[in-house]
Design a protein around this ligand. Structure first.
Ligand code: C5P
Length: 279
């Protein structure tokens, strides 16, 4: 029995804010993909439900019942487990770390206990990104995160993720957003032959949270320019509500070179080359 789970980093290749609900949540139209890097989970039956934190960012997230992993485990109503979360993704950074951890917990506990995986719409209460992370495949996200359309858009693409090592509060970024009725994505997203075609199409799309996030944390602008300045960067944009930004590259060699250059220039930043699936 497989006792470990993978919680991939989520990347919003574009994120359009197209409205707001009466309860304050924002209506989004976003192209979401998942990377081959992420957090790791392990679970084993135990007398009590416990969570151990490990990995480079294990000390930076809440332990105990406040952690989304514990909330997801409670929602599954599973037998008590000792869960270990190896945290490799920087927290509160726009790449869905907590949501992806919650989704990976649901997948892992469903597998270990033989229970059915909850439907995506049943896990929205854990966080607006949790339904998407439960699918963990390329998709168009609409509504506040409950309308999900899986997509098959082409071969995998190489990217570099960069974070200035400062946490950003998602509600603060939404509060700093001035215009809430922006243009959605086109009705149909085309297939992309390669990274260049994807970057060309994305250049006409946006992340509407980029400007408000920069107002909250100005160093995000430096991350975007540093990524844009790397050789062969096809497009640089922020993911989610920041502060992590991504650059898209034509191939693995270009992404690895950009990763090495950025690490040399910015030893204090978190920088990681990765590949994301588009199908
Ligand atoms: O659902 P989650 O806990 O991830 O959302 C964090 C906060 O981000 C919410 O409390 C809300 O302020 C904001 N949010 C929003 N619209 C969304 C998703 C999140 O306004 N679609």
């Amino acid at each position: 029995m497989e006792t470990d789970g993978f919680a991939p980093a989520k990347i919003n290749l574009c994120l359009h804010v197209i409205g707001q609900r009466p309860d304050g949540y924002h209506l989004l139209d976003s192209l979401v993909v998942f990377a081959d890097i992420g957090d790791r989970l392990q679970a084993a039956p135990s007398e009590t439900m416990t969570l151990d934190l490990a990995g480079p960012f294990g000390a930076d997230i809440p332990a105990g019942e406040d952690n989304l992993v514990m909330r997801a485990a409670r929602a599954m109503d599973a037998v008590p487990m000792r869960i270990t979360l190896e945290k490799h993704l920087p927290p509160a950074s726009g790449i869905g770390g907590g949501s992806s951890d919650a989704a990976a917990t649901l997948r892992l506990l469903a597998r270990l206990t033989g229970r059915a995986l909850p439907k995506p719409e049943q896990v929205l209460a854990l966080g607006a990104d949790v339904p998407a992370c439960l699918l963990a495949a390329p998709l168009r996200l609409q509504g506040i995160g409950e309308r999900l359309e899986p997509l098959r858009l082409g071969p995998p693409v190489w990217a570099v993720l960069a974070n200035p090592r400062a946490e950003v509060s998602t509600p603060a970024v939404f509060r700093a957003l001035t215009r809430k009725d922006n243009r959605p994505m086109p009705p149909r997203i085309p297939a992309f032959a390669d990274a260049r075609a994807l970057a060309l199409w994305l250049a006409d799309q946006r992340n509407d949270l980029e400007a408000p996030a920069i107002a909250v944390l100005p160093s995000i602008a430096a991350v975007l320019s540093a990524l844009s300045a790397t050789g062969q960067c096809l497009l640089a944009r922020m993911s989610g509500s920041g502060a992590t930004c991504f650059g898209i590259y034509p191939d693995e060699a270009a992404a690895r070179e950009a990763e090495a250059d950025l690490r040399a220039q910015r030893p204090g930043w978190w920088i990681a080359a990765c590949r994301f699936a588009l199908s």
